[in-house]
Design a binder for this molecule. Sequence first.
Ligand code: THU
Length: 166
Amino acid sequence: MRMKEIELKFNVRIYPSLEELPAYAQKLILLAREAANRAYAPYSGYHVGASVLLENGELITGNNQENAAYPSGLCAERTALFYASSKFPQIAVRTMAISALNGKMLPGEFARPCGSCRQVIAEYEDLSGTPIEIILDGSSAITVVDGIDTLLPFRFKKEDLGKSDG
Ligand code: THU
């Protein structure tokens, strides 16, 4: 086979202000911001909050939890998703919002989940088979994507383990 080049396309919606988002999304962002304010981040000073809307209507929040032994801490997104899954196993995640309010965010920047959190978001998306809408709060706009493929293309999947069921 000869080398071929493919182009991947995805849509990103950029909202200039909170008020332009649907009500449920506004609520999620406000919850994520509140959660960011409660983060335990004495080492990095980077306060992250995440909120999750489940298919059953439940709202779950989480924030980053740091530790003197640095790798023992956990990101906001995983704190929220693991809590959601522990409390409501098998209930699909519909939408997730992520906020980072630390005064360090540069103009035009938005909260970007780390690679490990993207992989964890993908796990729950694959579990339900429905894309998770991801809302990224920002200093001057709010960015929305319609599934983890946009943030983590060519990701590792359970199929790579030779397993196709849970
Ligand atoms: N952090 C998150 O909570 N989420 C991310 O996706 C990126 C990083 C946290 C982890 C750590 O407490 C701090 O931000 C600095 O990396």
